[in-house]
Design a protein around this ligand. Structure first.
Ligand code: NAD
Length: 332
């Protein structure tokens, strides 16, 4: 079994190395196929996302990715956006669940944010109308709207979830979100056994702040999803502990959602849990369910015991100490 590995920049190599050690300790027999992306790739190949990297992922279908630095001011478009568009990874999935031992204001949060990854304002269609006036086009198509809502319902069905909330702003963006909402309602009709609700995105944010436990699966367009998925990560301890995945019809890329943290890079201080949990999602995706579940259980146990935790988790440990604990807490 082969998985593509994009180490990324900054703390990327440190946290992905930890993930590899834990996957191995969980008993998975796999080979990692290295692929380049980020600042390192730009320096080496003159291109932060070489075509070869996309080809390698197309060939092996599954990749684990560390955070990448997009070189700023050199005319490069975001690597993550290009990766998602290049591989048509149309569904971003962020599971957000309360973790033991992590001090946050809420208990019992357990929701999934499903975000449309290829269109909306992130379609990248911007132009200068006249100097001082810029337009960004917000693209919504029936096909993409239907497939992301269908993805959310299928996800709910397969994971035993009971409600899908479609988030929109159709009262203001009558045409674009009006179309999206029509598509969501039509797809919801295909799943009469799952509850459907539609809510303005601003109401959703208010309710997430007041009582996030009432949500199950949330589905929305690209920009709303970008903001809401980070907001939701904050509800359970931040970007250092939540995993992320991007799915397309053929490929899937599992990634740490935090950045390359240049302030702590190379110091052995990075928390690897986000990428470790992304690796667990990847194992689940390829059918290594037992190993994925054991890694998730080990993360919970490690956080609960509170030994060897990194500084962002309130400890005084290092990437090495937390990795040791994660391996020690893997049960047979
Ligand atoms: P960041 O997430 O890198 O850092 C924000 C803060 O969180 C920093 O103080 C950092 O030390 C801390 N932090 C982040 N991850 C951590 C971890 N695993 N363990 C401990 N502390 C952690 O965000 P930023 O500073 O805005 O971005 C830095 C670079 O990362 C930028 O070049 C940006 O483009 C890139 N970035 C990449 C991705 C990605 O590839 N998915 C996502 C966001 C930002």
């Amino acid at each position: 079994m082969k998985f593509v590995m994009i180490e990324g920049d900054g703390i990327g190599p440190e946290v992905t190395r930890a993930a590899c050690e834990i996957v191995k300790a969980a008993g998975v027999r796999n080979e990692w196929v290295p692929a380049a992306a980020g600042l390192g790739a730009a320096e080496q190949f003159g291109e932060p996302l070489p075509d070869e990297t996309l080809e390698t992922i197309r060939r092996h279908r599954v990749a684990l990715k560390g955070p990448c630095t997009t070189p700023v001011g050199k005319g490069y478009r975001s690597i993550n956006v290009r990766l998602r568009q290049g591989l048509d990874l149309y569904a971003s999935v962020r599971p957000v669940k309360t973790l033991p031992g992590v001090k946050v204001p809420y208990t019992d949060v357990d929701l999934i944010v499903v975000r449309e990854n290829t269109e909306g304002l992130y379609a990248g269609l911007e132009h200068v109308v006249v100097p001082g006036v810029v337009e960004s086009l917000r693209v919504i198509t029936k096909n993409a709207a239907e497939r992301i809502v269908r993805y959310a319902f299928e996800f709910a069905r397969q994971h035993g979830r009971r409600r899908v909330t479609f988030c929109h702003k159709a009262d203001v963006m009558r045409l674009s979100d009006g179309l999206f909402l029509d598509c969501a309602r039509a797809v919801a009709d295909e799943f009469p056994f799952i509850q459907f609700e539609e809510k303005p995105i601003d109401n959703v944010c208010l309710e997430l702040a007041m009582d996030p436990t009432r949500f199950d699966v949330l589905v929305m367009e690209n920009l709303f999803g970008d903001v809401v998925s980070d907001l939701c990560a904050g509800l359970v301890g931040g970007l250092g502990v939540v995993p992320g995945a991007n799915f397309g019809a053929r490929c899937a890329v599992f990634e740490a959602v935090h950045g390359s943290a240049p302030d702590i890079a190379g110091k052995g201080l990075a928390n690897p849990i986000a990428v470790v949990r992304s690796a667990a999602m990847m194992l689940d995706h390829v059918g290594e369910r037992d190993a994925g579940a054991r890694i998730e259980a080990s993360v919970a146990k490690t956080l609960q015991r509170g030994i060897g935790l990194t500084r962002d988790l309130g400890g005084d440990g290092t990437t090495a100490t937390i990795t040791r604990e994660l391996i020690a807490n893997l049960t047979a």
